[in-house]
Every structure is written in C-alpha cells, then in structure tokens.
Ligand binder design. Structure first.
Ligand code: HEC
Ligand code: HEC
Length: 207
C-alpha cells in the first residue's frame, strides 16, 4: 500500500514536471520527442533503451503496436498490475495526437541490440520454439506473427532484444488473464509450459 502511494506521488510529480498536469500545456505535449526525453526516459531510458528489466525497451518497436498499447493503457483495456500502477496515470494525460507522436518517435529509434551470453542449450531450445512452435502442445511458431527475426510488424510487436524478465512477465500475465485484451497471446501463453517460456525469452533477449 505504502509503495503504491509513493509511486502515485512520484508519477504525479513527474507529470507535473513535464507540464502535463495542466491541460493548457497539452499542445506542447504533442511533441513526442520532447515528452519522451523529459518524462518517459526516466523509466524507459534515453531513446527507449531501458536498462532495468522492470521497464520494457521501446526503441525500434513498431508504431502501430506502441499506439495500440498507449490507447489500451488510456482506456484501461490492458490491466495487469504493473500496467495499472505505472502506465494508467501516465496514459490518462495523453491525447490521440500525442500518442501518435510518441509512437512515431520510438519506432524510429535504432533497436537495442540483444544481450550476448546466456545458457546456449536454453537459447537453442528457445530458437527452435520461436521458429517451429511446439506442435505436440499446440504452440504455434512465434515467427509466424512476430517475424522471422522477431522484428515485429504492425500490430505484432518486436520481441528481439527485449528484456528477458519483461518477456517472461508478459507471458505470465497473458496466462493469468490480467493482460486480457490480446486473445491471440492468451491462447499461446496457455499452451506454453514454464520451461518453454523461459527458453523462448532467453533466446529473444539474446537476439
Ligand atoms: C514511472 C515509470 C514509467 C514512466 C515514467 C513511463 N512508463 Fe511506460 N511502462 C512502465 C512499466 C513498468 C511498463 C510495463 C508494464 C507491465 O509490465 O505491464 C511500461 C510499459 C509501457 C509500454 C508497453 C510496452 C510494451 O512492450 O508492451 C509503452 C508503449 C510505454 N510504457 C510507453 C510509455 C511512454 C510513451 C511514456 C511517457 C509518456 C512512459 N511509458 C512513461 C513504466 C513507466
Ligand atoms: C497468431 C499470432 C501470434 C503468435 C503465433 C504469437 N504471438 Fe505474441 N503477440 C501477438 C500479438 C497480436 C501481440 C500484441 C498483443 C497486444 O496488442 O497487446 C503479441 C504480444 C506478445 C508479447 C508481448 C510483448 C510486449 O512488448 O509486451 C510477447 C512477450 C509475445 N507476444 C510472445 C510470443 C511468443 C513467445 C510466441 C510463440 C510461442 C508468440 N508470441 C506467438 C500475436 C502472436
């Protein structure tokens, strides 16, 4: 409880600092690049190259996916705990034009390169699942939607180079139903077992 309260205060302070608390300054907020640098960078890192696995990397993410997510936070359709705690208040202050401008800015940043190293056997298993799925368990090939290089396209997000822990957390919230607005991923996450999820997340982080 105490943490949530402290976080709310922090969020409000950051919104105020960026001039977003007042609707009179919203036209200035439509400058996505400026807003990204002054507000979003404090969690998502400069240019969306976040260092902490708590915060997803946004650099080079597809524009359509970014817009969809910001709208989903704004209208509360994406409702897992971390989305509620961190992104609902943030997105409540963003109008359509600002969302578009932010998505355009992040989609034009060079993606964060993958992290080399990791467990080679786990990564090889993850690569196999990514390209071929797990036919016996009804898991489809991730590449069929997310692209052969996990580069994403349109509504299908880029996954390559994303934080391993963030990816695993998302597979968890698709499965437990709290990130409920993506039926395609709910089915995929239910079919994957824990070990397979770990393998595919390790592979994607290394890419
Ligand atoms: C106080 C920290 C914080 C700030 C500031 C913040 N975010 Fe976030 N953001 C998060 C967290 C945490 C998540 C992951 C939520 C989850 O795990 O469900 C997230 C998720 C996202 C996602 C979803 C990414 C994905 O891969 O699905 C987008 C898009 C996003 N934020 C954009 C922004 C933008 C644009 C701003 C600035 C207007 C911003 N965020 C400011 C913490 C923050
Ligand atoms: C039928 C198409 C489809 C397949 C197959 C698929 N996905 Fe997805 N995936 C999506 C869509 C669409 C989204 C975006 C959902 C949204 O807008 O919230 C997504 C989102 C995700 C996310 C959240 C990314 C983020 O930044 O928050 C992860 C992680 C993910 N998929 C992993 C996988 C893995 C791993 C596989 C293979 C085991 C896979 N997906 C197979 C369609 C698919």
């Amino acid at each position: 409880m105490k943490n949530t309260f402290a976080l709310r205060l922090l969020t409000m302070a950051m919104l105020a600092a960026a001039g977003l608390a007042s609707t009179a300054t919203l036209s200035y907020a439509q400058n996505g690049e400026k807003l990204a640098q002054q507000l979003c960078a404090s969690c998502h890192g400069p240019g969306g190259h976040s260092e902490s696995p708590m915060f997803p990397r946004l650099a080079g993410q597809t524009q359509e996916y970014l817009e969809n997510q910001l709208h989903s936070f704004h209208n509360h359709a994406r409702g897992e705990t971390d989305a509620r705690s961190y992104m609902w208040a943030m997105a409540s202050q963003l109008d359509d034009a600002t969302i578009k401008s932010l998505a355009e800015y992040y989609s034009h940043q060079t993606p964060t390169p993958g992290t080399p190293g990791g467990n080679p056997a786990l990564i090889a298993k993850g690569e196999d699942i990514f390209h071929h799925g797990v036919p016996s368990a009804g898991v489809p090939a991730c590449a069929s939607c997310h692209g052969a290089e996990a580069q994403g396209m349109g509504q299908f997000p880029r996954l390559a180079g994303q934080h391993e822990e963030y990816l695993l957390r998302q597979l968890g919230v698709f499965k437990n139903g709290t990130r409920a607005n993506a039926p395609m991923m709910t089915a995929v996450a239910h079919a994957l077992n824990g070990e397979e999820a770990q393998a595919v997340a390790a592979y994607l982080n290394s890419k």
